[in-house]
Ligand binder design. Structure first.
Ligand code: FAD
Length: 542
């Protein structure tokens, strides 16, 4: 197969035009092509009046070497890379011990699936509930303001991204094409096949629920075991005379002890009780930078027309997104985070007495508002005090937002016009905020550090220069967006194990190695491979 990149065609091109364009690039006639597969389809909307689709395709040709020789000056034609995935090990017939995966988010799911496919029969521990039960608990907060601390947007089968926009792309380096493997497992589990080739795939909330259920069925059919409502509260570590440390067991909240020497720790960034337990057990970790800010909501139609002009509403383009950055005079960077076209702002706390925002959408992205986090980068210098200090810092601002919202899980909101003018909002305007169970118009300046407020005040008018209307007076800011990534990193070595605790594999977003569904899934695969290789290594080998 040959790979041809940068094939540009008009947005409304005829289906046959693609084969003709491929043939033209290869100096062949369309009849000489032996079939092609679209590997990627993006768009270039820099000129709104002439939006183009940009394709990457793999194509079969009769005489590859001859064709390559003819087009050797075209740097966009070459041999197609091998993107297939091969399992790295096979479990022995008699498995002495089963690996334990803690956390059924995308990282834990892909780790458990990969281990199960290799025959390691993982035990999956999840503190929350099975996804359909979890959905009811999540809606109870959104509809009635009733929080279930162990079953919510952050905790339960599927992990943090289950009620989300389901964006499935990432900027990570991925030389082994593991992102593609995550996508193909999702498709096998019921996700729409187009996620394999569109440049910014997303699947929305309801489809993710089905995917998560199907992955569970596969893992169980391969000999894996799920344990829901089974929080890991402790790990046991044997210390050798030489100072070495080896995980020997996981202890559940009910006191049950699971003996194991291999633990994938994929607990996500909201496991605020698990991190102190790990620190108390001496597991090496460090504070790391993260970001905090607000969610902003605009009419989706405004974003569509600004990005796509007359092509707004075109089904191939879908609802428009944006990605914007501003470097403020006080040295802070302000950027859009987890933009959700045609979606809604959601209540995302996992602890009582706190308000946290995030965004989600359905596959159709058909809601009236566009929303995105507008967040400010911060570093451990802003929250000194060791690896756990970032959690305390997040909690402080989440509690401020809870109070500012009225103390009943409504979120505090402020109109952009009022925020820029430095006055409290007392009523809403034309943009109806989507956050449930409700909002309270107020002054958001008590909900973030002064430097963050100043940076966002400077950034919004600057963003308006890129997206005309971004600073519209009636756009709504909702507080607070604090859980953008983990505030700490659990240090791990090249073999994916904790730097000071053998058999502990910190993984995914909570451990600081992923930032999103796709990258968490990729990390899960990498860690599962490391576990499998360690479990099949000859005795005495590390
Ligand atoms: P998580 O998904 O957080 O999973 C961790 C799991 O571990 C949870 O199920 C939790 O219950 C469990 N757990 C925690 N502690 C314990 C314990 N002690 N014992 C047992 N189980 C435990 N990312 C995107 O890429 N695209 C999006 O569109 C997107 N939208 C989002 C929308 C929302 C509302 C939220 C909250 C997040 C969104 N994200 C999105 C981020 C994405 O969800 C995370 O990056 C991703 O889920 C991280 O995966 P993970 O497996 O590392 O951790």
């Amino acid at each position: 197969m040959l790979r041809v990149t940068e094939i540009k065609l008009p947005l409304d091109h005829d289906p046959a035009a693609l084969a003709a364009a491929i043939a033209g690039r290869l100096h062949l006639s369309p009849e000489q092509l032996g079939g092609h597969e679209v590997v990627r389809r993006g768009y270039d909307a820099r000129r709104r009046s002439a939006i183009t689709l940009v394709y990457t395709v793999d194509v079969a040709v009769p005489d590859e070497a001859g064709v390559l020789a003819r087009v050797q000056d075209d740097k966009h034609v070459g041999q197609a890379p091998d993107m297939g995935y091969r399992l790295v090990a096979r479990a022995p017939a008699h498995l002495a011990q089963r690996p334990v995966v803690i956390g059924a988010g995308p990282c834990g799911l892909l780790a458990a699936l990969t281990l199960a496919q290799m025959g390691f029969r993982p035990i999956m521990l999840e503190r929350g509930k099975v996804v359909r039960e979890r959905t009811k608990d999540t809606w109870a907060l959104w509809r009635r303001g009733v929080l279930t601390p162990e079953s919510n947007v952050q905790f339960g089968e599927g992990g943090a991204g289950t009620f989300s926009d389901g964006k499935l792309y990432s900027g990570i380096k991925d030389p082994l094409h593991l992102g593609r493997r995550v996508l193909s497992e999702f498709v096998a589990a019921g996700a729409p096949p187009e996620i394999m080739y569109v440049s910014k795939p997303h699947i929305g909330t309801f489809r993710l629920v089905t995917v998560v259920e199907s992955l569970r069925q596969q893992i169980e059919a391969l000999g894996g075991t799920y344990r829901f409502e089974s929080r890991a509260d402790d790990i046991e570590i044997a210390e050798g005379a030489d100072g070495s440390r080896q995980v020997t067991a996981v202890v559940l909240a009910n006191g049950e002890r699971l003996a194991t020497n291999h633990v994938v720790l994929a607990v996500g960034h909201s496991a605020r009780d698990t991190f102190p337990m790990l620190e108390a057990r001496g597991v090496a970790m460090v504070a790391k930078p993260f970001s905090l800010g607000f969610r902003i909501e605009h009419p989706q139609a405004l974003i569509d027309s600004c990005r796509f002009g007359a092509h707004a509403g075109n089904p191939i383009l879908g609802a428009a997104d944006y990605k914007i950055v501003h470097h403020a005079q006080n040295g802070r960077s302000v950027y859009s985070f987890c933009m959700c076209p045609g979606g809604q702002v959601v209540a995302a706390t996992s602890e009582p007495g706190l308000v946290v925002t995030n965004g989600m959408s359905q596959y159709s992205r058909a809601e009236l508002n566009a929303n995105a986090g507008i967040v400010v980068g911060i570093t451990p210098e802003d929250y000194p005090g060791g690896p756990l200090a970032g959690i305390a810092f997040q909690r402080h601002w989440e509690a401020q937002a809870f109070t500012a919202g009225g103390g009943d899980y409504r979120a505090p909101v402020q109109l952009v016009g009022d925020f820029l003018a430095g006055r409290a909002s007392t009523k809403l305007g034309s943009v109806v905020p989507s956050y449930k169970p409700g909002v309270l118009p107020t002054d958001l300046s008590t909900c973030l550090p002064d430097y963050a407020i100043a940076a966002i005040r400077e950034a919004i008018p600057a963003f308006d220069r890129q997206i005309r209307g971004f600073s519209m007076a009636d756009a709504v800011l909702t507080g607070v967006e604090t859980r953008t990534s983990s505030p700490l990193r659990i240090s791990r070595a090249g073999d994916f194990q904790s730097v000071n605790t053998q058999g502990l594999y910190p993984a995914g977003e909570g451990a600081g190695f992923a930032g999103g569904i796709l990258s968490a899934g990729v990390d899960g695969i990498r860690v599962a491979e490391a576990v499998a290789l360690a479990m099949t290594a000859p005795a005495g080998a590390k």
